[in-house]
Design a protein around this ligand. Structure first.
Ligand code: HEC
Length: 462
């Protein structure tokens, strides 16, 4: 996983701004090696990681791990130390247990980067590459580490967490999510929240340009709950290469298995399969799938449903709301459209049939459910939630928006606490309210995360 991440990092450093100040050829060479992994005469420097993975150029540029400002940190997945010269030059108690480390000089520095031996003679971790740098390249690096325009010590370049939301006011849900993330409730047990900056976008290209620009400034530590519904593919494609993980992407789709996408909630596919797994169970031989005609997402889901139905020997009756003459006949519904739209189609039905409706949480709406129940007494709802739908402490039901905001705030607090290895490295986070965020990416674990529960009006809204 490590070198995949490193490969991902290597694309980002390319866009670094160039310095206008007068540089000697030597410190310019040092800076190129440091930032871009380009050595004498334009050659790509090489480094061996973990004993046998040999990588070149940008992927092993010092800045990729030690940070553009050489302060170290490891905002992505590795923790690399501060290597500004005035730090290396100090004698240190090491970061890990063991002998104190004497200050570095030119010779021990060269030995560290070429052979991976620290100034105290101890082997550095295999994540630190062993470099094929020549003596003059090494001297140029030292020069750069001595003279680089680093921030003075007191001025910590604070890390920013980015959010991403559509600028359009018509996306009410997204706006409310943003408001909630901006005003996360703090509690005594939570450390301070890191600064959260929410970037509004007009369209996907605009979003990607703005994010890439922010990331190249080098101060972004995570992207939290980016709202990418409708253009998931574009986002995932671009975000694979960023040195910054996206936590909890807000999307109806399952996010791909990749270390850059962490704490994603299970998507529609996982929810639909879970509903069929638990809802169909031999009692029904026909499944009525209700969706909207032009809706691309539900058309995608239909493929999943067809396959699952075939496996379970269930016949499918595919109904679109626009042509809904047969919707009332079905005894088992799978609803892949907003429940409010379904309610509008059901005028003057009024008959009692024992009927079950399977609904992914994002399409469910308590008010619409009530209206449908008036027309169709005897209907029961089975809802698939990508999260625990009830706050175990207060007993209150959570809407998807509440769950997403609560999870976002919890992650923000975790980032504030600064876990070793970073928040995204944890396998799961369990909140006091019962909400569990898991980092599992395979289909089975995603499905296990889905909770299918009947809708109980009175209980839910008490
Ligand atoms: C792939 C990530 C990665 C890259 C690229 C990388 N380093 Fe490192 N470096 C590390 C890690 C991780 C450590 C900590 C190793 C340890 O603690 O054992 C480290 C340690 C060091 C140390 C020892 C610091 C100390 O306090 O003992 C020096 C010096 C150093 N790196 C210099 C460089 C230079 C110069 C470059 C570029 C030519 C570079 N590193 C590129 C990951 C990296």
């Amino acid at each position: 996983m490590l070198h995949r991440t490193l490969l991902a990092m290597c694309f980002v450093i390319g866009g670094l701004v160039s310095y206008a100040s007068a540089e000697t050829p030597e410190s310019a060479l040092g800076r190129r090696i440091f930032e871009q992994g380009i050595g004498r005469d334009g050659r790509q420097i090489g480094g061996r990681i973990h004993g046998n993975v040999f990588m070149r150029g940008q992927a092993v540029a010092c800045a990729a791990c030690h940070g553009k400002d050489a302060r170290g940190g490891g905002e992505a997945f590795v923790r690399a130390p501060d290597i500004r010269w005035h730090t290396l030059n100090k004698p240190f108690a090491p970061r890990r247990a063991g002998l104190p480390r004497p200050s570095y000089d030119q010779t021990t520095f060269a030995r560290a980067i070429q052979q991976g031996i620290a100034s105290n003679g101890v082997q550095l971790e295999p994540a630190m590459p062993r470099f094929d740098l020549s003596q003059d390249e090494t001297a140029a690096l030292v020069r750069h580490l001595q003279t680089g325009e680093w921030l003075p010590d007191g001025e910590v370049s604070s890390k920013v967490v980015l959010g991403l939301l559509p600028a359009s006011q018509s996306e009410r849900w997204a706006q409310e999510l943003g408001d909630r993330l901006h005003s996360c409730p703090s509690s005594d047990s939570l450390a301070g929240f890191p600064p959260l900056e929410i970037i509004p976008y007009t369209d996907p290209p605009d979003a990607l340009t703005k994010l890439a620009a922010k990331i190249s400034e080098g101060r972004v530590s995570y992207i939290l709950a980016p709202y990418i519904a409708g253009w998931e593919d574009q986002y995932f494609e671009a975000a694979r290469d960023w040195p910054v993980p996206s936590l909890l992407p807000v999307t109806p789709l399952d996010s791909p298995a990749h270390p850059n996408f962490t704490f994603s909630l299970p998507g529609l596919r996982s929810q639909v399969v879970s509903l069929l797994e638990r809802g169909v169970s031999g009692r029904y031989d026909v499944l009525t799938v209700v969706r909207s005609e032009g809706d691309l997402l539900s058309r995608e889901m239909l493929k999943v449903v067809r396959r699952e139905a075939r496996m379970r020997n269930v016949r499918l009756d595919e109904v679109t709301l626009e042509r809904s003459h047969s919707i009332e006949k079905g005894a088992l519904w799978l609803i892949l459209a907003p429940l409010d739209n379904v309610a509008k189609q059901l005028r003057n039905v009024r008959h009692k049939v024992n009927r079950t409706a399977l609904v992914p949480a994002m399409f469910f709406d308590p008010a619409a459910a009530r209206r449908i129940e008036k027309q169709m007494p005897g209907i029961t709802w089975q809802i698939a939630y990508p999260y625990v739908p009830v706050n175990t402490r207060t007993g209150r039901w959570r809407s998807p928006l509440e769950a997403w905001a609560e999870a976002g705030c919890a992650l923000l607090a975790k980032i504030g606490e600064e876990h070793p290895g970073g928040v995204s490295g944890q396998s799961s986070i369990v909140l006091e309210s019962g909400l569990t965020l898991s980092n599992a990416h395979d289909d089975m674990s995603r499905r296990r995360q889905v909770i299918v529960a009947p809708w109980e009006q009175r209980k839910a809204l008490q």
